[in-house]
Design a protein around this ligand. Structure first.
Ligand SMILES: [Zn+2]
Length: 343
């Protein structure tokens, strides 16, 4: 199957700010692209939908969460420093020294996460891991009043780290987890447009990083015959990664197909057959209980929705330098399309 990725769309998606619960910018990019070839709409919860062949059968739901981890301002100090709470799972070590982009009252506000210089850190402070509650953002304001003119308690921010290409086809960016999923489901939809009679709905879901809430409402609303969730999964090739614990996925080795209690066996079988027919390499990845993706929620909506998971191997998850091999992204798009066309 021929596939020419829309890299301009991908870049826009990655640059958009969309921390959990505040995804409008990211879902807006998704809907703008979707409107070109599908029926595009939002639900009350914020999930964004792109639909082909309303009323067609079977009905297939493709889900990729559009939110990214971020921060929310909990307190503005007298000197203008912002104290933060997490939106999603942070390792605070990777926040130190980062640039942030806040959604302010009149547009984006840039800031940095500073820390006391190494020279003035006490011996025991140097050895201790940083905690988020000790960190603060500095937007350049000299006072609380100056800061409040631009943002207030409840303002949200994300990492300010645009996409960059490294050697080979390696792509680094903030928010690859999981803007890539939203990208893959819409690209797959574009590939099957005009070639299937099934109703296929690609959804950019909200609030995954804080509990897969958007996927639950989207699956309930749509009540599909089956669902495919696209997310990212840990690469096991980097130093210190234990394959027994994180599985066998590696950048560039192909997509990841998940196996476990929440994965429907027929859907998995169909994905494997489609991958084999298309010559797409894949690695199996086992879960004992949850997958940690939207699939956990989708699979138990209503009387249970048959659900499969396609993941893209990713290095340095939840950091400013999330990395993938773009060939795996293209493989995920082609696999979803091939699977749908074989239904
Ligand atoms: Zn994540």
């Amino acid at each position: 199957m021929d596939y020419a990725p829309d890299l301009e769309f991908l870049e826009k998606l990655l640059l958009a700010a969309g921390p959990s619960g505040f995804e409008e910018e990211a879902t807006g990019v998704f809907l703008e692209k979707a409107a070109g070839f599908a029926q595009a709409e939002r639900d009350r919860h914020g999930n964004a939908y792109a639909r082909l062949n309303p009323g067609g059968r079977p009905k297939v739901l493709l889900l990729g969460h559009a939110d990214e981890i971020g921060v929310i301002v909990s307190h503005v100090e007298e000197k203008g420093f912002l104290r933060l709470k997490p939106l999603g799972g942070w390792d605070p070590q990777v926040l130190v020294g980062q640039r942030l982009r806040f959604l302010g009252k009149r547009g984006h506000v840039l800031g940095v996460v500073g820390r006391k210089a190494v020279h003035v850190l006490k011996e025991e402070e140097r050895k201790k891991a940083v905690e988020l509650e000790d960190l603060f953002a500095d937007i350049g304001a000299g006072s609380r009043e100056e800061a409040l003119a631009h943002l207030e308690v409840g303002a949200v921010g994300v990492l300010d780290q645009p996409p960059q290409w490294l050697l080979g086809e390696r792509l680094v960016s903030k928010a690859l987890d999981n803007r890539l999923g939203a990208f893959v489901v819409l690209e797959a939809l574009r590939l099957v447009a005009g070639k299937t009679e099934a109703e296929v709905v690609a959804v950019a879901t909200v609030q995954e990083e804080i509990g897969a809430f958007g996927a639950r409402t989207a699956a309930f609303r749509e009540a599909p015959d089956l669902a495919l969730v696209v997310d990212v999964h840990h690469d096991s090739a980097a130093p210190g990664m234990d394959k027994a614990r994180v599985g066998e996925a590696e950048l560039g080795r192909g997509v990841v197909l998940d196996v476990g209690p929440f994965v429907d066996r027929e859907v998995l079988k169909g994905l494997r057959q489609a991958a084999e027919a298309e010559g797409i390499p894949y690695v199996l990845n086992a879960h004992g209980r949850w997958s940690g993706t939207d699939a956990d929620e989708v699979a138990k909506v209503r009387e249970g929705i048959p659900t499969g998971i396609v993941s893209i191997p990713l290095r340095y998850m939840h950091s400013p330098v999330e990395m993938v091999d773009f060939r795996d992204v293209e493989r995920a798009v082609r696999l979803l399309a091939a699977y749908i066309l074989r239904l």
